[in-house]
Design a protein around this ligand. Sequence first.
Ligand code: HEC
Ligand code: HEC
Ligand code: HEC
Ligand code: HEC
Ligand code: HEC
Length: 293
Amino acid sequence: MALLVSIFVFLLFSSFSMAEKLTFPNQLIDDFDTFVATYDAKRCAECHEDVYEEWKESYHSRSMISSIKGIANFFTVGVPKEWEKELNKQEIIKCLDCHLPQIKFATERLAQEIATYMIKAKLGKGKEKEEARAKLKKLNLSCYGCHNIKIAGTAPGITGHIDPNVIYTSGEGESDAHETEHTPVLKRAFFCVQCHGVYIAPDGESTYCNTLSGSYVHNYIGQGGRKTCQDCHMYAKGRGHRMPGGHDLEIVKEGIDFQAEIRAFRYGVGKWVPAVNVEAFLTNKAGHRVPDG
Ligand code: HEC
Ligand code: HEC
Ligand code: HEC
Ligand code: HEC
Ligand code: HEC
């Protein structure tokens, strides 16, 4: 019996350690479907089902489809007409570095193919438009974008030495499924700020898609605020990877404290007119400006 059990345990163990670890290519990808499959959050869903379900509810899971109009405008007007530049990967990255960090691993040709879908999703007609939208739905800020690619921007020690096959974590968990490496970076506000703030492109040009981090630093931390983005958007109420924001009434309500003092009185000459005097106090309790961030 003891022998049987140990053989069983051995088999179980060896089948585990023989399972192939997740790998990620360290080279440019040219084919759209290969690109999608490589960075698909579904690769992680099999074992991290709960996180995957939360992430799917977040705006990070629709970071391309939800910003079609603005990005297509930039590609059709901003770059060619205002900057008078060719729409190449270097310009495309100025928007997609945050909306689709894996764009870094797309070839020049594929980056332009993706830009074309953005444009067709806005300006195309009928079937062409539908098809472009369907493609964009497959692209997003997936697990790998945060747990690998964007670690480089915030971790001085790791910058430039990001190992494409490592999943960077804030915890200590280890797995046979993939390499893991602990980094405290994921717990810092600056990790979020790199995308939720001013962006400096590799060629030195800066773009402001949103200025939320400025108001976080000056109006919140500067006034003695202690919480990180993660405190309010992830740890509070078990929000985790849902990271709710301006589209979620629950957290929007939290952001504004509303108090009103109402006094009823009457006025008039000859005829009394009932009236109220309302004094409203709105206090911002978010970690930054509201409602636009
Ligand atoms: C530094 C990272 C970053 C860069 C670069 C960036 N964005 Fe964004 N973008 C964001 C973030 C973060 C949000 C979500 C902001 C929020 O909801 O407060 C966003 C949201 C948007 C939205 C949706 C706004 C809405 O109403 O929901 C559009 C459209 C958009 N970006 C267009 C662009 C365009 C066009 C460019 C290139 C010129 C660009 N972005 C570059 C980070 C970036
Ligand atoms: C917008 C960035 C972002 C995206 C996208 C993202 N994560 Fe995370 N994830 C984080 C941050 C930040 C933490 C750390 C929270 C903490 O512990 O402080 C985290 C924590 C985790 C943890 C807990 C272990 C740890 O590191 O603390 C797991 C597991 C995890 N993520 C898996 C995933 C999976 C799977 C996906 C895709 C379905 C995903 N993440 C997408 C930012 C992200
Ligand atoms: C075959 C199963 C499997 C797949 C696929 C998988 N993981 Fe994991 N992962 C694990 C196990 C098991 C652990 C260790 C136990 C734990 O902490 O959850 C782990 C740990 C982690 C941690 C650290 C958790 C902690 O608490 O420190 C993160 C972050 C993470 N995985 C992210 C990912 C991402 C991102 C992907 C997809 C690119 C992925 N995992 C794919 C099984 C898997
Ligand atoms: C790689 C860049 C990137 C990182 C890192 C990142 N975000 Fe985002 N985030 C985005 C983009 C892009 C959007 C907007 C998607 C859209 O609407 O098009 C977004 C959307 C959001 C929203 C939803 C805003 C709304 O309008 O409802 C919240 C909240 C948010 N992020 C919080 C966080 C927090 C908290 C962190 C850090 C743990 C973080 N993000 C890290 C890029 C990033
Ligand atoms: C003290 C808690 C708190 C902190 C700290 C905090 N937030 Fe928020 N955040 C909120 C609340 C509450 C809202 C909803 C208010 C609203 O948008 O009306 C919100 C909204 C947002 C939105 C949506 C804004 C929009 O217009 O769509 C984004 C994006 C966001 N936060 C990102 C961040 C990032 C990134 C950080 C860190 C730099 C951060 N938050 C720090 C509480 C916080």
